[in-house]
Structure formats: structure tokens, C-alpha cells
Ligand binder design. Structure first.
Ligand code: GRF
Length: 219
């Protein structure tokens, strides 16, 4: 059983998707805590409704980013997670935080990384008239949206979608991809070694066609 801590700042639709995957037994995991830097985050509400221990940690009570991150880290350690899942946690993380959780800190990003690190990914896809768009689950390292990519899901654009439509489409894919990748962790099919993704033979020979694992060159 994989113990998961989820960090979020917003609506928490990815949290909801992970909860759903656990409830429908597609994911052998337990969410041992949800932590937010926003008191009114919808994700905290979802956590409470599911009786998941949830915590609001107020950034205003810390004088520096490093101090806030170390408080969050202490909370995380008490919850003893196997993986820490960033699901719309809208903060730049300090290096100490990232290195303390190396190899078990994951993020989902609304673009096909390495394209479009940072914000406004959908807008940039439109501006550049990209033919495809999607989402990425990756390990977190000290570089913004720069850690080893685990897996991606993509779709072909019709070409005239607006930002909101792209956002919704990407969200749909995120809700499939994150639980799936977490199940790989539950079954120990992937891990990080020296900043490189290691994929087990079992996963290598069973990747679903819709899933890209750049380390396998299957996209
Ligand atoms: C997602 O689009 C994710 O890619 C980004 O933040 C958003 C979180 O959405 N990192 P939600 O709060 O899970 O609905």
C-alpha cells in the first residue's frame, strides 16, 4: 500500500481523481494527508469530505520561503509518505525542501515538458499554433518544472480551441495520468536513480499506447 501526501493550493480536481482511483481499486494507495498553503482551497474541502487528514499551513506565519518550506517538510515527515504529490501547489520550492524529498516528490504540469515550463502553458500553445498539447508527470528537482520526466499524455489539437477548452482537455488527461503513474509507484515499477528515470521490465513491455514515457522513446 502506497502512502501518499498531496500538496495543493486550488480546486483539487487531481486530488479528486486520485481519490476516485483509490475508491475504485485502480490504485493501491492511501492518502495520509493533504496540505495546502491556501485556507480556502477547494482541495481541502474535498479532503475533509473524504475524512482525509488535512492541514492548512499559513505562509504568512513564516518570514521566509525557506522557513515555510521547513514547516511543511516537518508535517510531511510526520505523515511518513512513500510519495509526495504536488497537485496544483502554486509555490516555488526551496532547494532544501526538494533535496529532502528527492526521488519521492512528483509534480503534474499542464504541458508536454520540456515545452512550456512555468505558467500560461495553454496560452503559449495557442500562440505557437502547436499541433499537440498535453500533460506531464515528473520528478521534482531544484529546477522549475525541470526534473526527470516520468510520463505524458497528449492529444492532437483541432486548432481553434480557446484557452479554457485546452485547459479542460488537459485536465481530463491529468486525471487519467496521475493515478496511473502513482499505481506504477505502488507496484515499484519506476524509480529515480541519479536524476534518471528507471523503468522496470514489467512496465516497459506493458505501456498503454496512450502513454508516452520519453525515457523509452515510445512517443
Ligand atoms: C493542474 O492543471 C496541474 O497541471 C497544475 O495545477 C493544476 C491543478 O489543478 N500543476 P487541480 O487543483 O488539481 O484542479
Amino acid at each position: 500500500m502506497l502512502n501518499i501526501v498531496i500538496l495543493l493550493s486550488g480546486t483539487g480536481s487531481n486530488l479528486a481523481a486520485i481519490v476516485k482511483a483509490i475508491e475504485s481499486q485502480q490504485l493501491d494507495a492511501r492518502i495520509v494527508g493533504v496540505i495546502s498553503d491556501k485556507a480556502l482551497a477547494g482541495g481541502l474541502e474535498i479532503a475533509r469530505s473524504k475524512n482525509i487528514p488535512s492541514y492548512f499551513i499559513d505562509p504568512k506565519a513564516s518570514s521566509t520561503r525557506e522557513q515555510f518550506d521547513s514547516i511543511v517538510l516537518e508535517h510531511i515527515k510526520k505523515l511518513k509518505p512513500d510519495v509526495v504529490v504536488l497537485a496544483g501547489f502554486m509555490r516555488i520550492l526551496s532547494n532544501d525542501f526538494v533535496s529532502a524529498l528527492k526521488g519521492k516528490l512528483l509534480n503534474i504540469h499542464p504541458s508536454l515538458l520540456p515545452k512550456y515550463k512555468g505558467l500560461h502553458t495553454h496560452q503559449r500553445v495557442i500562440e505557437n499554433q502547436d499541433r499537440e498539447h498535453g500533460c506531464t508527470v515528473h520528478f521534482v528537482n531544484e529546477e522549475l518544472d525541470g526534473g526527470a520526466i516520468i510520463a505524458q499524455m497528449a492529444f492532437e489539437r483541432s486548432g481553434n480551441e480557446n484557452e479554457q477548452q485546452l485547459k479542460e482537455k488537459v485536465h481530463q488527461l491529468e486525471h487519467q495520468l496521475y493515478p496511473m503513474v502513482l499505481q506504477w509507484f505502488a507496484k515499484a515499477l519506476v524509480k529515480l536513480e541519479q536524476d534518471t528515470l528507471i523503468v522496470s521490465e514489467e512496465l516497459r513491455s506493458n505501456v498503454e499506447p496512450a502513454i508516452r514515457i520519453p525515457a523509452l522513446n515510445n512517443g
